[in-house]
Design a protein around this ligand. Structure first.
Ligand code: CDV
Length: 310
């Protein structure tokens, strides 16, 4: 018997700087209701989905920086999303900026949670691959200050047994790195969910601009196929606070094929019936890790950070 998980990928259009969390949550609730009406078990929202993507601008004032972070999840503003999920009986994935007090100090992470159909948080992930730079680069059209505003995630890439499936999370830039997928592939992941904020323009390498959508799909299709897992990638798209971002929200099967794709750069839901057993034939043949992987030959991958030429 196949295990079908009906998954909704809820792309968001831009959230401007003056848009409140209450308004963003209302938009997500509308998409969640739509997802439920399509029979979804799980709906996936983007990275840092509650505010404009603030790493795109320089801030020095601590209070101003903190104003973009959540100190509690759920909070007063996000509770309606959790309540609606419980009422509808639908799980969700939500990305947000997290302010934590750990190890006796204030810590900031780019975080996502997995919430079950009763509205309970069952998994948390903190983004590991932080792109960009920690310093101000006023010569660029916009900033990419994730290395300033966030610490590297410290929770690894766990995989959770939920909704009769093995589910893992990553966030945006993680999707470009094979290590992210393989860390979960080695836990028999069947569904990876992720959100992204990806500008169309890449200030340090503008020659890549024409390839943004291609690279987005390329990496997620490769990660899906090579680990025989479903991958659901969800954009916050469109022109937000002066930065134009790609859409391209999509659902990718373990075959590596795109089975659903958004066609706008606004709020848009796409849905796919995802058979959690579809990856099995790959996991039993070409990608039977236990039979074919050769970890003794992979030492450099964890021992060395940067490339060293011969
Ligand atoms: N939010 C991101 O991680 N964005 C990066 C951009 C800056 C390259 C991405 O990998 O899409």
């Amino acid at each position: 018997m196949s295990r079908i998980l009906t998954v909704g990928a809820a792309q968001l259009g831009p959230i401007q700087r003056d848009e409140s969390r209450v308004s963003a949550v209302a938009r997500m609730i509308a998409l969640m209701r739509q997802a439920k009406s399509h029979g979804c078990d799980l709906v996936v929202f983007p990275e840092a989905a509650l505010t404009a993507f603030f790493p795109h601008w320089w801030m020095e004032d601590e209070d101003e920086i903190d104003s973009y972070f959540e100190t509690a999840m759920p909070s007063n503003e996000t509770a309606p999303l959790f309540e609606e999920a419980a009422k509808l009986g639908i799980g969700f994935h939500l990305g947000y900026a997290e302010l934590a007090h750990e190890d006796g100090r204030k810590r900031r992470f780019n975080t996502a949670v997995l919430v079950d159909k009763s509205g309970k948080i069952i998994g948390k992930y903190r983004k590991i691959h932080l792109p960009g730079h920690p310093d101000h680069k006023p010569e660029n059209a916009f900033q990419n200050l994730e290395k300033r505003y966030f610490e590297t995630g410290n929770l690894g890439w766990p995989v959770w047994r939920a909704m009769d499936a093995n589910i893992g999370m990553m966030i945006c830039n993680d999707r470009r790195w094979p290590e992210s997928y393989r860390s979960m592939g080695l836990q028999d992941v069947e569904l990876i969910v992720l959100g992204y904020n990806t500008p169309k323009h890449n200030p340090p390498a503008p020659q890549h601009d024409r390839l943004g959508n291609f690279h987005n799909q390329l990496v997620m299709q490769a990660g899906a196929y090579q680990n025989a897992t479903w991958v659901v990638g969800v954009a916050k798209a469109g022109l937000e606070a002066g930065v134009d971002q790609i859409g391209g929200t999509c659902i990718i099967a373990p075959t590596g094929e795109v089975v659903a794709q958004a066609v706008t750069e606004g709020d848009e839901l796409i849905v796919a019936l995802c058979d959690m057993d579809l990856g099995k034939s790959y996991k039993n043949s070409t990608f039977n890790f236990a039979r074919h992987r050769e970890p003794q030959a992979y030492g450099l991958i964890v021992e060395r950070k940067g490339a060293v030429a011969p």
